[in-house]
Design a binder for this molecule. Sequence first.
Ligand code: ADP
Length: 395
Amino acid sequence: MANIMAINAGSSSLKFQLLRMPEEKIITKGVVERIGLDGSIITIELNEEKVEKTPDIPNHAEAVKILLDALTDYNVIQSLDEIDGIGHRVVHGGEKFSDSILIDDNVIEAIEEVSELAPLHNPANLTGIRAFKEILPNVPAVAVFDTAFHQSMPKEKYLYSIPYEYYEQYGIRKYGFHGTSHKYVGQRAAELMEQPQTDLKIVSCHIGNGVSVTAIDGGESVDTSMGFTPLAGVTMGTRSGNIDPALIPFMMEKTNQSAEEIISMLNKKSGLVGLSNVSSDVRDVEGKANEGSEKAQTALDIYATRIHKYIGTYAASMNGLDAIVFTAGVGENSLTIREKVCQGLEFMGVQFDKNANQTRGEEAFINKDGSPVKVLVVPTNEEVMLARDTVRLGQ
Ligand code: ADP
């Protein structure tokens, strides 16, 4: 039996979950927000009750200290000796990591080297790793990478059609993201279907603020919609997804903006919010569409159609399809998006069931009985994956 901390450290926040393994039971979870800013706040869930504290939290090391103190103060654990391992989410592992790994100085250095590919995320993830290392130096810590699951993609899927030396010299290729989530829901779908994953061709749709679609053949990622960065692929809440690359200099010239400003627009002001002028939240856009807004309706149509197209593409590239899986905020909760995505896939054996689709946030089959292709909702659980890998590699 082991208590494992699953940590997701951002630039000013630190999400945590303490899990008891192997039961995979959540002992407590919470978040430290506004680290290094005014109005720092730590929220911990204790027996369904949320406790908030607002101490000064100037940096991640202090955040970890306050978090650990809170755990003992509230008797969640009696002493820090009861923490047996720490799993850290790391966004980018580049080509160096195709699996999670026990963290040592070499691993920290390698994560630093890859930071060029994820300049906002990896340094923030590292601050979390360092902060725990300082306070709990002897507790095994494991890094779990968002990119690792996609390292199984074959070359013809991860290379861009640009001169080969750009890949060799600069590491320019498709990496893909949300890997931990896609891996979890793929495994879970196979369990729910009571079939070995090695026999299954699955397309998983992680539809949250970020959206990515992955082809999972025999348990391995063989293609995914995000690319060198998480801007690529389908339309998202605020991100454009794929566009014609020649648009970038064209828009720079027309609007007198720098490349950086255009990329920021593509990351933050595009997708659902840009198209609808309403919000990046599917619920708000749906609300406006129901009131008759044509722009909002078009935004939703584009959003769903892009995902739909990827399902067709991936079914073709895998030469078949056994299941479509929906996960993350929108995938778990939006009945209309799920229905729209599956509309027009009947020709390849997707028999969507509108009644079964009346479900939110729970594992469910939403296909008709006897449908050749199964359609599932599987709430994602990246923390459990962090904890499993920490147990597997840290003990
Ligand atoms: P992240 O990618 O940040 O982890 P989430 O997976 O939590 O995001 O997804 C957040 C999104 O989920 C919100 O922007 C919202 O559009 C969507 N969402 C959450 N609940 C619902 C709901 N009941 N109906 C439709 N969309 C929802």
